[in-house]
Design a protein around this ligand. Sequence first.
Ligand code: COA
Length: 259
Amino acid sequence: MLLQTITTHLDQGIFTITINRADKLNALNKQVMHDLNVAMDEVYQNKAIQSAIITGAGSKAFVAGADISEFVGASVTEGMELAKTGQQLFFKIENCPKPIVACVNGFALGGGCELAMSCHFRIAAENAKFGQPEVNLGLIPGYGGTQRLVQLIGKGRALELLMSGAMIDAATALQYGLVNNIVKPEELIAKAIEVLTLINSKAPLAVAACIKAANAVYNETLNGYEVEIAAFGDCFGTTDKIEGTTAFLEKRKANFKAK
Ligand code: COA
């Protein structure tokens, strides 16, 4: 992988993706979006990767938004293209069959909040701050933020944040259900590794089916209950279901093979 703006690290099946533009608070320019796309292709394709963490370099920001300098001269058509590209990438994260956790280590604003929301869940450092400040720029979120914020925290709270551009701290994000945990900044990655290590010990195809069925709740073209029936049935065709059920009855730890 040839990446200019992000670094990656694979250890014990956990792939850590770090957006590395700390001098610009890890703002998402076209190169970062391209590099994130390449890194996500790696997550999908590399069998050694069981799950992933997305975080930002430095102590100040996860991602402080899309790179505003790329918006200044953009036309209506270019604006729509930017949004389409961003939405495609964030759908790729959201629909990834392997768990992706956002470790929010500071500002998660605009596209940064949208990126965190496209992950399967979020862990916040105590100094995390969330917001959709696009209205300050004469804009709205374009990478799925109007949709996922409503899904995650409800319409009233979401609209207040979207229309005011206000920032919320980690404690408020926890109260709103936007993040699962708050930890000290130095414990952020360790907490994600702890949770992912537990998930990675489970049957990978069943984990992927959990993601697929949960995502179906928000897809109007699908009936989530039907998706669940199909995914449940598919699990019965896996070797891992035989291994998991047999191991339980034999009172031993299951040895899953993702088959
Ligand atoms: N796009 C481009 N550059 C950005 C950026 C963004 N979204 N967010 C921060 N930066 C850059 C700043 O321009 C600055 O660059 P410089 O040192 O070359 O001048 C650098 O990152 C540091 O940011 P700075 O504003 O000096 O830090 P701060 O601590 O004073 O403020 C924020 C932090 C997050 C409050 C502030 O940077 C901010 O409001 N950023 C924009 C947030 C936003 O509107 N995001 C949505 C974009 S659609």
